[in-house]
Ligand binder design. Sequence first.
Ligand code: SF4
Length: 480
Amino acid sequence: MTERKRRKRKGKVRKDRLPMPKQTPQERVRNFDEVALGFTPELAMEEAKRCLDCKKPKCRDGCPVEVDIPGFVREIAEGRFEESIRVLKLYNALPAVCGRVCPQEEQCEKLCILGKKMDPVAIGRLERFAADHEAALGEARLPEIAPPTGKKVAIVGSGPAGITVASDLAVKGHQVVIYEALHDPGGVLVYGIPEFRLPKRIVQREVDYVSSLGVEVRCDYIVGRTRTISSLLEEFDAVFVGAGAGLPWFLNIPGENLNGVYSANEYLTRVNLMKGYRFPDHDTPIKRPRKVAVIGGGNVAMDSARTALRLGADESHIVYRRSRPELPAREEEVENAEEEGVIFDFLTLPVRMVGDERGWLTGMDCLRMELGEPDASGRRRPVPIEGSDFFMECDAVVVSIGNSPNPLIPQTTPDIETGRWGNIVAEDATGKTSMEGVWAGGDVVTGAATVINAMGAGRKAARSMHAWLSGEEPFFPEGD
Ligand code: SF4
């Protein structure tokens, strides 16, 4: 009997999960290094031993890519770290990324049986540990790759959905080419998530792993401009579109075109992908504001506000129209922002941006809000308080209220069905679109969502694509 089983039998499971070692707030707010430092092998084994190795593991039901969670955690508990990453990679091509940015508290950890009485197992932290341990050894173990099938697949976009499809199909023996519009692969993982939360070298490592499976990655290639989907279908047997959601929403209020107003997408792309954070080695133009107001309450808003502090802002504010309990960002990211000194202005709605005679932003006219009845999202609707208008001084605003799917593919692919928000319509279970030979998944279908949801969509599409490429399944079932 393992030590874990013995502990389980005696009811001696540690109640609290082990905390993640982190840089102190004072230290980290002055650098772009990763905030979380990761578990040591000792901490990882101790945390893994809390897992009860359930016969019917609920945690697995919460994972969109169905990782064998007790399987990989068991290997860590027993000190077989290389084996644990082998188990993980059977299901997930991006474990180091998912271990860092997945909202595990809403997925696997939310369903962990321990969570009923105590802290759930820190599954995300263990996933990250296993991936980082393998990276530290310097060599990734490759899975068995099936003999070549002679089928060619093009993937549009190298974000989480595209990478998942690419790795799943490459392992099945298909020849895969990824087309990426930007100069570095990784999609939202490189342009959208800051270095202090997801270092670029981690994303590159995962992309290198996919390349080592035989996948070719072609950057600076804009499908929809350089070449259309129809033209890809002349060369490839199948196409997967994972072009993401990079079209930012704005508030549509007066003054939003003033200098100093950014979309979060532009702000983070300048800092992350264009390396604005490495000034003066890279002199990407980016305003270094004294006081920045970030509008929104999601993870991207937290990333933007924390980035502004690292770029030297004296004050960085989150301006959110609801209150703290309704914040959509991960609790962990909200706590990190609070620790670092981000100021939260809840129940506040900007109604006009104000500038000087040279067109530079000087502040925003805002209204105070109160919460009314729940709206369609189930959250209480913010309602303006009459006569509550006030002026908030600031010299930069970052609008972080969401993104729409990239419009280029829908605009240049007349045969593909699109939805109300400009998204590509695809079957939930398979990712099939209205166009034979074309699948789609991730944010271009659902609008901006999580990394793991995009990967889950990629996994389903890869299954369906493989069945179709192998001649096991028609694209349109009879009767359709
Ligand atoms: S539900 Fe929790 S305790 Fe059970 S196998 Fe999953 S992680 Fe371990």
